[in-house]
Design a protein around this ligand. Structure first.
Ligand code: HEM
Length: 299
């Protein structure tokens, strides 16, 4: 495949602007989700789902007449009507407000969502380039520049994502757990979507390495044999489902409608472009074959 050469610096500014908008939107939506307290019991919905396992729509989950927030403050169990019972949950954390030690967790999640958006866009532009079906809409050079710089921005967001989670006192993610697949495991830690976090987090770590390999081989493409570059680049098809499964299965936000729309929208967009790519490459192939046999092309 003949890829157009990257040229103008101005295209980098355009892609930076796109990346900034996505990161800002992601941070805003996560921040909004983070401070939401639907049942007004003093605990954020996120805290109720992921930390206390109480009902975010019911101010008094165990029905003992004391609100969940009050029980957390008192050190009693909001999941048991027996007010003398002390919960096994991490009660040192009653939510985001006044809890600066929780900021790394929120920032890490926001960066994860931003990384997801950026890497989805990168896959989208990759498919736009290789399908060659949209050259009138967006010139190949522009699509290539966007693809390249958005991938880099995505990689930066992934690094911010897991480095930030290392500073969260609840997850206590270690560098070794973040970099070696299948080492992260927490007894009884189930994600908001109901999955044991071990496998989905491992998928995220593998996806990270695939993204690193893709970006490195793209940067040093001219020094690599075309075949090696192509083989590694096809790894993007594996990285994509891995980070989709990772985000959905391990993320706290997967219970929220906006997050589900984000995951479903990404999959629908990428699946559509894969189909467009297959069709347009098949048409291209048939045209070339017809031309080589001297058959006039079908309009
Ligand atoms: C391509 C790479 C990656 C992408 C696109 C990605 C993206 C995401 C997304 C979208 C979420 C859901 C956030 C939420 O619902 O609030 C998430 C969660 C998570 N990710 Fe990643 N991630 C990647 C790699 C990694 C790596 C290398 C680690 C290191 C262990 C990691 C650890 C985690 C953890 C622990 C969570 C759960 C956080 C929580 O909601 O409590 N991720 N990731």
């Amino acid at each position: 495949m003949c890829m157009p050469k990257p040229t103008k610096n101005s295209r980098f500014s355009v892609s930076l602007a796109v990346a900034t908008i996505i990161i800002t939107l992601s941070l805003t939506s996560v921040a909004r989700a983070a401070v939401k307290d639907a049942d007004i019991d003093g605990l954020t919905d996120d805290g109720e789902i992921s930390i206390y396992h109480t009902d975010p729509a019911n101010a008094d989950t165990d029905g003992d007449g004391i609100s969940d927030g009050q029980e957390v403050t008192d050190g009693t169990d909001p999941l048991s009507a027996d007010v003398r019972t002390v919960s096994a949950s991490d009660f040192s954390d009653p939510g985001i407000s006044g809890q600066p030690e929780k900021y790394p967790w929120y920032f890490g999640r926001a960066a994860g969502v931003a990384a997801f958006g950026l890497l989805t866009l990168s896959v989208v532009f990759g498919l736009i380039i290789s399908s060659r079906a949209f050259t009138r809409l967006i010139p190949g050079v522009d699509a290539y520049e966007l693809h390249r710089s958005i991938s880099l921005a995505g990689l930066v967001a992934v690094v911010l994502h897991f480095v930030s989670l290392m500073f969260d006192g609840f997850l206590r993610l270690t560098p070794v757990e973040a970099l070696v697949p299948f080492l992260f495991s927490r007894e009884g830690l189930v994600s908001s979507a109901g999955f044991d976090v071990r496998i989905p987090v491992a998928l995220g770590v593998i996806a990270f390495y695939l993204v690193v390999a893709l970006i490195l081989t793209a940067e040093f493409r001219s020094k690599l044999p075309a075949r090696s570059w192509r083989i590694v680049h096809y790894a993007s098809f594996a990285a994509y489902p891995l980070f989709v499964l990772h985000g959905f299965m391990s993320g706290t936000d997967s219970v929220h409608g906006w997050a589900r729309v984000m995951y479903a929208g990404s999959v629908a967009l990428v699946a559509t472009l894969v189909v467009v790519r297959i069709i347009s490459r098949t048409i291209l192939f048939l045209r070339r074959r017809a031309a080589s046999k001297g058959i006039p092309p079908v309009a």
